[in-house]
Write a protein that binds this ligand. Structure first.
Ligand code: F6P
Length: 325
């Protein structure tokens, strides 16, 4: 049977933004043009789909955006899209606009949205982009490397002042449900202790004992990294002062981790994934998620991808503790 030629492909970014989303948009747009497909930008994610907030794109409309953080298409977390009325309106926009393929760039919420559209007969491809790196089917998500570098550089600066004052730093890094960023950054900065939602945490053993041992080894600064999903930084800081007599200060890195010019890794990964997503649509391999697994970019059917899980790198966590002595 002859393959149906795609004419118009929609591209949207949804959920929390991630550095590298622009490079993914650029790659999608330009590979569409290679296939004679018209790329249509959809602004503000699924909310934009509901309101037909679209923009025709061409090669020049994505000029000079690879080095820019954020997303030129804007993003949103759409509550309207969760309602059956909102979903129906989104599907109507797709039909009315003649969109016969849709690229959804974002994290787990974005993929849940993509799956509901797929169930309604829309031809979708997802691209994983979130600084949390918490997508089960992919070993890497766009934005993680940049966020890790941003956090690392900020903590290096904090360490300078904390060291001079011989204080303890309690630093919260992003990661709503996942500690991938906390462990990676913790290893990069030589954290005393890394507290993440995946592993049970014992305050006396994992924080106080670690600090005591560090002091016995003549350490003058102790750095406790806490994943956002655990929180409780003020409580942890108070507990440290009460039990050790040391001054502690809390720093919440927050949204700066989501911004900034993407690293080379994120630009390259986003460009490869964006290009690959359009190849999937052009070769009739839609309803899939683009994944990075074992150093390869591949497509996993969306139904399967949504059931896949990935474990936190427990070995990296152990390395972080073993080398902090
Ligand atoms: O999913 C990425 C992320 O940055 C999480 O680490 C964080 O918890 C969340 O988004 C914050 O979301 P919002 O932009 O809705 O405040």
């Amino acid at each position: 049977m002859e393959r149906k030629k795609l004419r118009r492909v929609g591209i949207l970014t949804s959920g929390g933004d991630a550095p590298g989303m622009n490079a993914a948009i650029r790659a999608c747009v330009r590979n569409c043009l290679q296939h004679d497909i018209a790329p249509i930008g959809i602004r503000r994610g699924y909310q934009g789909l509901i309101h037909a907030d679209t923009v025709e794109m061409d090669a020049r409309s994505v000029n000079g955006i690879t080095d820019r953080g954020g997303t030129i298409l804007y993003t949103a977390r759409s509550e309207d899209f969760m309602t059956s009325e909102g979903l129906d309106r989104a599907v109507s926009t797709i039909k009315y606009m003649g969109i016969d393929g849709l690229v959804c760039i974002g994290g787990d919420g974005t993929f849940r949205g993509a799956k509901t559209l797929a169930d309604k007969g829309v031809n979708v491809v997802g691209i994983p982009a979130t600084i949390d790196n918490d997508i089960g089917c992919s070993h890497y998500t766009i934005g993680f490397d940049t966020a890790a570098n941003t956090a690392m550089l900020a903590i290096d600066k904090l360490a300078d002042t904390m060291q001079s004052h011989e204080r303890v730093s309690v630093v919260e890094v992003m990661g709503r449900h996942a500690g991938h960023l906390a462990v990676y950054v913790g290893l990069a900065v030589g954290a005393t202790s890394i507290i993440i939602p995946e592993f049970p945490f014992n305050f006396d053993r994992d924080v106080i004992e670690q600090i005591r041992e560090g002091r016995m080894r003549d350490k003058h600064h102790h750095l406790i990294i806490v994943a956002e999903g655990v929180g409780k930084c003020d409580e942890i800081s108070r507990g440290i002062t009460e039990q050790t007599g040391l001054e502690a200060r809390v720093s919440i890195l927050g949204y700066i981790q989501r911004g900034g010019s993407p690293s080379a890794r994120d630009r390259v990964m986003a460009s490869r994934m964006g290009h690959f997503a359009i190849e999937q649509l052009a070769t009739d391999n839609g309803n899939s998620i683009v994944c990075y697994r074992d150093s390869r970019i591949l497509a996993v059917p969306i139904d399967k991808a949504m059931t896949m899980t990935k474990q936190l790198d427990a070995y990296m966590y152990k390395v972080a503790y073993d080398v902090t002595i």
